[in-house]
Unconditional design. Structure first.
Length: 244
């Protein structure tokens, strides 16, 4: 549902900005990115349902952030020593912040699902970057990737007999989630266009730190010591990456 809300927000924006259609190839690549990301998300939630959060969250987060770094360097991105150090610190921070305070247990197949989830998240960043290289700019790749996600998600829901659940999810909070998620995708594309794929992906993957801080401040949840360390490392990593 949040994906559909995002499309409602994006389509009028394309009309207003007049962003040109990038061509079928770029759209197809962006749609592939959305499908890959959806597969990663399915694996992530499947693993969480099996009670493997303590394994899945940090592994998926680090792989999802690390793969674009490798792809970016392989594609010619140059990193200064300070940026490289910042990325390493950031990857460690994401792993720490993503780890729950208590061990939820590791079920059978948990590691495989974590690897698939991380590959899906990282694959989304890599392939959406290929769509940009193929001529897509900012809004069209988001439209294509989200449309593919909606199609894939609807197909899964229909196959499982849960189509009615999609309609029941409609609520004001879903509108906020859809707009916020869309804005995040757009900001990633803008950041990627300004510099390194690896840096943009790593910074975008630091969202668990924001989740932890919001849970602490808004929901009144206790901030575990390990999470406090992870959040501190997030800021250290950002400072190193942004250093001249």
């Amino acid at each position: 549902m949040a994906e559909a809300v995002g499309l409602v927000f994006i389509v009028p924006t394309i009309v207003v900005t007049g962003e040109p259609f990038p061509g079928i190839v770029a759209i197809a690549i962006a749609a592939l990115a959305g499908t890959i990301g959806f597969v990663g998300l399915l694996a992530f939630y499947r693993a969480l349902a099996g009670g493997t959060m303590s394994l899945v969250a940090p592994v998926a987060a680090v792989i999802g952030a690390g793969l674009p770094v490798v792809a970016g360097v392989a594609g010619g991105d140059s990193l200064s020593p300070t940026e490289a150090a910042g990325i390493v610190v950031a990857l460690v921070a994401v792993s720490i912040v993503s780890r729950p305070a208590a061990d939820a247990g590791v079920g059978r197949g948990g590691l495989a699902l974590a690897l698939i989830a991380g590959a899906g998240f990282g694959g989304f960043f890599i392939v959406i970057d290929l769509a940009v290289q193929a001529g897509a700019q900012t809004w069209w790749p988001v439209v294509a990737s989200r449309s593919a996600t909606i199609v894939a998600g609807s197909a899964v829901a229909l196959a499982q007999g849960r189509a009615a659940l999609l309609l029941r999810q409609a609520s004001p909070i879903m509108i906020v989630c859809g707009v916020a998620d869309t804005l995040g995708n757009v900001l990633f594309l803008l950041a990627n266009a300004q510099g390194s794929l690896g840096i943009a992906a790593v910074l975008a993957s630091m969202y668990p730190a924001v989740t932890v801080l919001l849970a602490w401040q808004v929901l009144g949840e206790r901030l575990a010591r390990i999470h406090a360390v992870g959040v501190a490392l997030v800021f250290v990593g950002i400072a190193l990456i942004a250093a001249p």
